[in-house]
Design a protein around this ligand. Structure first.
Ligand SMILES: NC(=O)c1ccc[n+]([C@@H]2O[C@H](COP(=O)([O-])OP(=O)(O)OC[C@H]3O[C@@H](n4cnc5c(N)ncnc54)[C@H](O)[C@@H]3O)[C@@H](O)[C@H]2O)c1
Ligand SMILES: O=C(O)[C@H]1O[C@H](OP(=O)(O)OP(=O)(O)OC[C@H]2O[C@@H](n3ccc(=O)[nH]c3=O)[C@H](O)[C@@H]2O)[C@H](O)[C@@H](O)[C@@H]1O
Length: 347
């Protein structure tokens, strides 16, 4: 029976989780932990794979349809005996014997998730259903969903704690993503209560770092690429909207702690350092190209005006907090973008 408290944050189940398939106990299987990472060819996914592969007891299987990810992000693992890469779309069913599932597959940059909104919502809803069905069928011990701070929409509570239900436009151009992730969270809890599946939900706040697509469209990658190309930094109006940026190594650390810890979540994983987009542009200009122009451009509909995670739960329940400040993370990303753009540092 479910043990409910307000806002779903502590909803748990007393149902026993499904048993792993007998195949997992077969003498032909190694005793390794087999981990599936959907969306593992993407930005966060590939960094997560790097970290998981460091543990020799882990076997990692990535499934990805390469919509926004790339094999290049995984090239150091291709051919490794503990690594497998499968071209697969999570909107189709999948059967692989695994112990843990990190479910990341979903385009994350607004320009990509708005490009084919029907596909985005299918990826969030059908993709998550398929992964939960897989967890149930093969008795995977845990499944983690990378949800988003966008479930808070244009938040009226600031900073955002997990108990806030959000302010989301259900029919806007961002809804395929925001509402898709909200349904994905619902599905996770329904499978947990109804079928005893062990779930984990991370609400990720804006994450940046090496390997982001250069023309990804998200603000940090845009500003760094623009600064390196000597193009004006495009601050969308009004420029006073805020975001809180988390460096990718901190994010991966938080995701693994959540998976291995004892709490279902949802738990916010993000860096509470909050910046306006104008402040971000000024910082990129100062650190990377003091001569570059800052240009004001039109914004897109339903852009959240403010966003900052309340990470009390992550601190208390996971012993996690981010270590890398924006001014430390930006130069690490700059280095990667310079290499990929072939832009040498000016003396
Ligand atoms: N980066 C962020 O700031 C951020 C913030 C909140 C939530 N998230 C979530 O984290 C996850 C990863 O984000 P990211 O920044 O690495 O994005 P990304 O676009 O770099 O990675 C997403 C990966 O999923 C793959 N994918 C997309 N649709 C798929 C499908 N139908 N089947 C199989 N693979 C598919 C893409 O090819 C890509 O490799 C996403 O679920 C995203 O919603 C990211
Ligand atoms: O962290 C999250 O939860 C979500 O954050 C982002 O969504 P968003 O914050 O809108 O990301 P950006 O496209 O990077 O925009 C951030 C801000 O920068 C501004 N921006 C963007 C691009 C640009 O060139 N200039 C600019 O000023 C936008 O108007 C917006 O206010 C991600 O893209 C989502 O995948 C993720 O789920």
């Amino acid at each position: 029976m479910a043990n409910n408290s307000s806002n779903g944050v502590h909803q748990t189940t007393t149902k026993s989780p499904p048993l792993p398939s007998p195949l997992r106990f077969s003498k032909f299987f190694q005793s390794n932990m087999r981990i599936l990472v959907t969306g593992g060819a993407g930005f966060i996914g590939s960094h997560l794979v790097d970290r998981l592969m460091e543990n020799e007891k882990n076997e990692v299987i990535v499934v990805d349809n390469y919509f926004t990810g790339s094999k290049d992000n995984l090239k150091k693992w291709i051919g490794h005996p503990r690594f497998e890469l499968i071209r697969h779309d999570v909107t189709e069913t999948l059967l692989v014997e695994v112990d843990r599932i990190y479910h990341l597959a979903c385009p994350a940059s607004p320009i990509f998730y708005k490009y084919n909104p029907v596909k985005t919502i299918k990826t969030n809803v059908i993709g998550t259903l398929n992964m939960l069905g897989l967890a149930k069928r093969v008795g995977a011990s845990r499944i983690l969903l990378t949800s988003t701070s966008e479930v808070y929409g244009d938040p009226l509570v600031h900073p955002q704690p997990e108990s806030y239900w959000g302010n989301v436009n259900p029919i806007g151009v961002r809804s395929c993503y925001d509402e898709g992730k909200r349904v994905a969270e619902t599905l996770m809890f329904d499978y947990h209560r109804q079928h005893g599946i062990e779930i984990r939900i991370a609400r990720i706040f804006n994450t940046y770092g090496p390997r982001m697509n250069i023309d990804d469209g998200r603000v940090v990658s845009n500003f760094i690429a623009q600064a390196l190309r000597d193009e004006p930094l495009t601050v969308q109006n009004p420029g006073t909207q805020t975001r809180s940026f988390c460096y990718v190594s901190d994010m991966v650390d938080g995701l693994i702690r959540l998976m291995e810890g004892e709490h279902t979540g949802p738990i916010n994983i993000g860096n509470p350092g909050e910046f306006t987009m104008l402040e971000l542009a000024e910082t990129v200009k100062e650190l990377i190209n003091p001569g570059v122009e800052i240009k004001r451009v039109e914004n897109t509909p339903d852009d959240p005006r403010q966003r900052k995670p309340d990470i009390t739960k992550a601190k208390e329940l996971l012993g996690w907090e981010p270590k890398i400040k924006l001014r430390e993370g930006l130069p690490l990303m700059e280095e990667d973008f310079r290499l990929r753009l072939g832009a040498a540092k000016k003396n």
